[in-house]
Unconditional design. Sequence first.
Length: 356
Amino acid sequence: MTNKGAKLLLLPFDSVKIETRAVLRKEAEARQALAELKGFAPVIPNKNILISAIALQEAKESSAIENIVTTQDEIYRSLTMTPFAYDLAVKEVINYREAIYAGFNIVKKRQLIRISDIKNIQETIVENNAGIRRLPGTSLVNDTTREVVYIPPQDYHEIRDLLDNFCRYYNNDEDSLWKMAVLHYQFESIHPFYDGNGRTGRILNILYLLLKNYLDTPILYLSSYIIKNKNDYYALLQEVRKKRVYEPWILYILNGIEETSKQTLKKIQTIKNLLESTLEKVRVKCPRIYSKELVELIFENPYSKIDFLVNKFGINRKTASKYLKELEAIKILSHLRAGKEMLYINTGLMEVLKMP
Ligand SMILES: Nc1ncnc2c1ncn2[C@@H]1O[C@H](COP(=O)(O)OP(=O)(O)OP(=O)(O)O)[C@@H](O)[C@H]1O
Ligand SMILES: [Mg+2]
């Protein structure tokens, strides 16, 4: 074996080497952008709207890094069906969102992350309980050349010890954004599972931001940024390992936090404006069916159907259908036939959700 399988260093890494002037500058910029996002999030009255839409988008994109490709329309359409009918890609994306929710609840409740939590997150994503690797043979391969670029630790006990070290550093009270980049590198290098390491690691990133109170709700995700800069993602991870140069990798992640915070803030502002204008439009044009809850329902479910209204408001199908048709008449919804059923799409919202 070559140095591709060299032993991993334990955390913490040398912070004197990490905290270069460029890193500290970028750290401040990223913090600022993140703080603005955190400050704006409470402006949306119903948190479910935001969390659900943005987490699902992340789920889609993080899965796309792994070549699990589907569209937002496909996902939202599927959410109107029984889970048995989901296709595989949709299922993995929905699992990913479940895993974000579960992780969020753990962090809120316990204020720390344990190895068992990490295992649960991965298990939720890949839907099997293979757990931490016990069999040798896992290596990281360059997608294009098929060359083995890195052999992660192969021994179960070594992996457990490294995860233990990882969790201690993750939970300790030295807070900084650059620490998230270091943690992500280390987690991907431990590569504790047979599959789902990238996605689990990207969820651990958002949970870190929540744990350290950079955010209160899980609404910032780097996957769209990583997809756009995917070659750098792999190359810089590799560079940390090979040359022990941290700066470009850390700047890459900090820059991702900054860019994504700004983008997400814009998106939330747009959702908020759309929500307000829709409330107003329904109130004025359809006063007999107007309620805040009805409008929120079509924002929580960009694809809705009669059953959703029946279940939420306890009205009969005929009334529910009438509501949806009225919303269609004023051009807030548009319908789509799916088998025997009629789906109603919040077209304005879908457009916003498709924004980069
Ligand atoms: N050279 C490298 N060093 C460390 N980690 C790497 C390297 N190359 C890739 N990785 C990490 O490994 C992940 C892929 O591992 P795995 O297939 O287990 O995860 P996944 O969640 O199924 O995939 P993906 O991240 O592609 O969605 C990448 O996302 C990346 O985070
Ligand atoms: Mg994989």
